[in-house]
Design a protein around this ligand. Structure first.
Ligand SMILES: [Zn+2]
Length: 408
């Protein structure tokens, strides 16, 4: 115990000396940071400010920042601050997310400043982490395992129901695919889609939920009276997040049918509307090829219903015919950056066309032997459409957010 204490004291002394040392260097040069801070204006802006002085003119100020998210290469952004050189300066800079795309609620940014004066003296501030929180609401939180749910409307039982759905989805996903969350997952449950849209820089009318896979964050709008939809949507987005954590690599993404198929499969039994679309496509011989389903889905509702239904069925076929081990092997192969045909061939011994042929036999047989379903393809109930749309949004993000990093 004594030894431990002595160790801690020594550490404290060392730290003190280090701090003192830095202070002395600054005093000698006369270049001093007086103040620096950052403030979030969610979801639009992140404001940074700095005051510094020196005995000579300050000539160069830069802000450096990195976004906390999973990536294979650490990206540090550097901002050259425009200011009038002087011995005493106050500068501000705002990161306008409308120009760059936004950050999800609960994300964080680490930043530091470097300042230089005309004599060439330089100083840097210690890195500080600023949280980009959605402070428009008073969030409560509930944690279990790797999952934390944040919510602000509804009681403890509402959050507990969502947590149960999340845990059940993770258990189902692990059983079917061997995939599990490698990192913590945070789920921000907004009270409705309107509130959720207020958290987005470029909201879509139909945004139901978004998985910000690199951040380990899901944002979703679940009204108290749409809990059953919400539980499926949480299972869906959570699957995207875990699968992306499992397969992140700098080379290739996943084929869309696999990504969306796993997400829909983890939700539970395929809904009647999707089944009806699938059945009709079999009857009319208008199924979409696996190769086409590997690209982002059509934005047209009719086609995307079928695309999601087929993706579900393809994943069901692979899992029920070849088992969990092969699916995990497939995900592992994709994490190494394999191309679609190569990964399938390595794990299952057939490429996308081979899968297409085998699956068509499987699905045709399944629907021939099944009782004729009576589901009618009617105008899409808004909630099912929202369910669809959350997947579409993810694809959209993947395609359009390449400027600095990808949301997916
Ligand atoms: Zn999806």
């Amino acid at each position: 115990m004594m030894i431990k204490k002595a160790g801690i004291s020594a550490l404290v002394v060392c730290l003190f000396l280090v701090l003192l040392g830095q202070g002395l260097v600054q005093a000698q040069g006369g270049l001093t940071i007086l103040d620096n801070s950052a403030e979030a204006e969610f979801p639009l802006k992140l404001h940074f400010s700095l005051s510094a002085k020196s005995d000579v003119t300050i000539t160069d100020i830069r802000l450096h920042y990195t976004v906390d998210r999973e990536s294979y290469a650490q990206v540090t952004s550097e901002v050259y601050i425009e200011f009038v050189p002087d011995t005493s300066v106050d500068v501000q800079w705002s990161w306008d997310m409308r120009k760059t795309g936004g950050l999800p609620p609960g994300s964080s940014v680490e930043y530091w400043w470097t300042v230089e004066d005309v004599k060439g003296d330089k100083t840097a501030t210690a890195p500080v982490r600023v949280q980009f929180n959605d402070d428009r609401y008073s969030w409560q939180s509930l944690s279990e395992g790797k999952v934390t749910i944040y919510w602000y409307q509804g009681g403890q039982s509402f959050a507990a129901e969502i947590m149960l759905a999340a845990q059940q989805a993770l258990a189902r996903l692990a059983e079917d695919t061997g995939a599990y969350p490698k990192k913590p997952v945070r789920i921000y449950v907004y009270a409705n889609s309107y509130d959720l849209q207020g958290a987005m820089i470029f909201p879509q009318e139909w945004t139901g939920g978004v998985a910000f896979t690199r951040y380990g964050i899901i944002a979703i709008g679940i009204a108290l009276d749409s809990l059953s939809w919400g539980k499926r949507a949480v299972a869906h987005e959570l699957t995207h997040l875990v699968i992306h954590q499992m397969t992140l690599n700098p080379y290739t993404g996943l084929p869309t049918w696999l990504d969306e198929g796993l997400a829909k499969y983890t939700e539970g039994v395929l809904g009647a509307v999707f089944t009806a679309y699938l059945e009709r496509a079999i009857t009319e011989n208008s199924l979409i090829s696996v190769r086409s389903l590997s690209s982002p889905f059509s934005a047209y509702a009719e086609e995307s219903y079928l695309a999601y239904a087929q993706s579900y069925s393809l994943v069901e076929f692979l899992i029920t015919s070849y088992g969990q081990g092969k699916m995990l092997e497939l995900l592992d192969t994709f994490s190494e950056g394999s191309d679609y045909d190569g990964a399938l061939a390595k794990v299952y011994g057939f490429d996308m066309d081979g899968l297409d042929a085998l699956w068509r036999d499987y699905i045709t047989l399944q629907y021939q032997t099944a009782e004729v379903t009576t589901a009618v393809i009617s105008p899409a109930p808004i909630r099912i459409f929202t369910e669809l749309a959350s997947g579409l949004l993810l694809d959209l993000r993947l395609a359009t957010q390449g400027w600095l990093w990808r949301w997916g």
